[in-house]
Design a protein around this ligand. Structure first.
Ligand SMILES: Cc1cc2nc3c(=O)[nH]c(=O)nc-3n(C[C@H](O)[C@H](O)[C@H](O)COP(=O)(O)O)c2cc1C
Length: 370
């Protein structure tokens, strides 16, 4: 009895209705030739829905479709338009991560050179805990000149110190970024007088087109300065690092998105150009190993950074990591986790001590350590 009633259960009722209406409409159309034209299109629509329901019922990949044939498609449809619904109807000006609607609007307005002001006060809750503000002073100081926002990087061992802006462009490899993105970042660096970190993917022609200052980063794959077996090639490193546009060199120990795992640029993304720039084979995954081959202890690492400084002709040499300790390099960059996660597989967004460590650090600094 239960099985007989199944077509009338809430789960299958839509399919049953569609099948019954199809049969009815076709029956009416066939019985009375005068109304055939009238019922043809509706009966085709219901027949199509019935076929869709049968397909839902027999497929094995979506439990929800199997359990709720036809009607479950409404759920998929709603999921499809969920972001738009949230964005247009429900999200407040201050919602949205990592950038609120307000912040995004501001960026768009400034990029289009249109009015970016918000008259009639703020929508911020200025009394909430953690709200930061500046007090007006009755005796304000004269605005600091541009050079105050620069810091000279390079200790006594450095023969070519670099006067760096306090704001720079964090490492993002060519390969992870497109040629146009790299071009745009470097053009920005040139315009703003700050430095553009190449990321570990090597120095591409797009880094060079606009002549913005570069920090050349190498990671455990030693891309752009590696031997065929993936080990570090000092001569190639020296050849590239002594170029004038490169102002500092940097060793990547770790990055927030890849704690303890190294990284992969899948074979499908390794174009001929990327393979040339990185010095890796096409058709193979381009791997940044989890560990460095050039050193295995902190002191060896410091010696290696010293070697990078020497090979670059005395330029500041630093390292980037997602942890806490520092010894005596020219620069240490502590990277945060939230934006780094854009480059990470989702499971790595969770359960990593690095996340905890970087939450504590919550800083991205480049400074002398002496
Ligand atoms: C697309 C993309 C590519 C990245 N590639 C590198 C890289 O090659 N080397 C690196 O050290 N970090 C890389 N990162 C991490 C960023 O340099 C940066 O550390 C991270 O976004 C966190 O920002 P913050 O350091 O300014 O806090 C990448 C991030 C993104 C989003």
């Amino acid at each position: 009895m239960e099985t007989l009633m199944l077509p009338f259960s809430p789960r299958y009722i839509i399919l049953t209705i569609c099948a019954v209406v199809t049969v009815l409409l076709l029956g009416i159309g066939l019985a009375d030739g005068k109304v055939f034209d009238l019922v043809l299109i509706p009966s085709l629509i219901f027949a199509a829905l019935t076929l869709l329901g049968i397909r839902d019922l027999t497929q094995k990949s979506h439990a929800v479709l199997r359990n709720y044939p036809i009607s479950a498609h409404i759920r998929f449809l709603l999921e499809e338009i969920r972001p738009e619904m949230r964005q247009y109807f429900f999200e407040s000006e201050k919602d949205g991560m990592p950038f609120s609607r307000d912040t995004r609007a501001l960026v768009y307005q400034r990029a289009k050179m249109v009015l970016d002001k918000r008259p009639f006060g703020t929508q911020e809750d200025v009394y909430r805990d953690g709200y930061e503000w500046m007090h007006h002073s009755v005796a304000p100081k004269v605005h600091a000149a541009g050079e105050k926002f620069r810091i000279t990087i390079g200790g006594p061992d450095c023969t070519r110190p670099y006067s760096a802006s306090v704001f720079n462009i964090s490492a993002m490899s060519f390969g992870a970024l497109s040629p146009n993105a790299v071009r745009a970042l470097n053009a920005g660096a040139k315009k703003g007088g700050f430095a553009h970190d190449t990321g570990e993917g090597g120095v591409s022609p797009y880094h060079r087109e606009n002549g913005g200052d570069l920090i050349w980063e190498i990671g455990s794959g030693y891309f752009g300065c590696r031997n065929r077996d993936g080990s570090f090639d000092p001569e190639e490193f020296a050849r590239v690092a002594t170029d004038d546009q490169i102002k500092m060199v940097e060793l990547k120990v770790s990055q927030g998105a890849k704690p303890g795992h190294g990284g992969v640029l899948p074979a499908a993304k390794v174009s001929e150009e990327i393979s040339k720039i990185r010095g890796v084979s096409m058709g193979e995954d381009c791997i940044s190993p989890a560990t460095h081959r050039a050193f295995s202890t902190p002191l060896e690492m410091m010696a290696f950074i010293g070697e990078m400084r020497r090979l670059s002709g005395g330029k500041p040499a630093g390292f980037k990591l997602c942890a806490r300790r520092c010894y005596r390099p020219e620069s240490i960059r502590i990277s945060s986790w939230s934006t780094a996660m854009k480059a990470a597989p989702v499971p790595r967004h969770w359960n990593s001590w690095i996340i905890w460590a970087c939450r504590c650090a919550r800083a991205s600094i480049s400074s002398t350590t002496r």
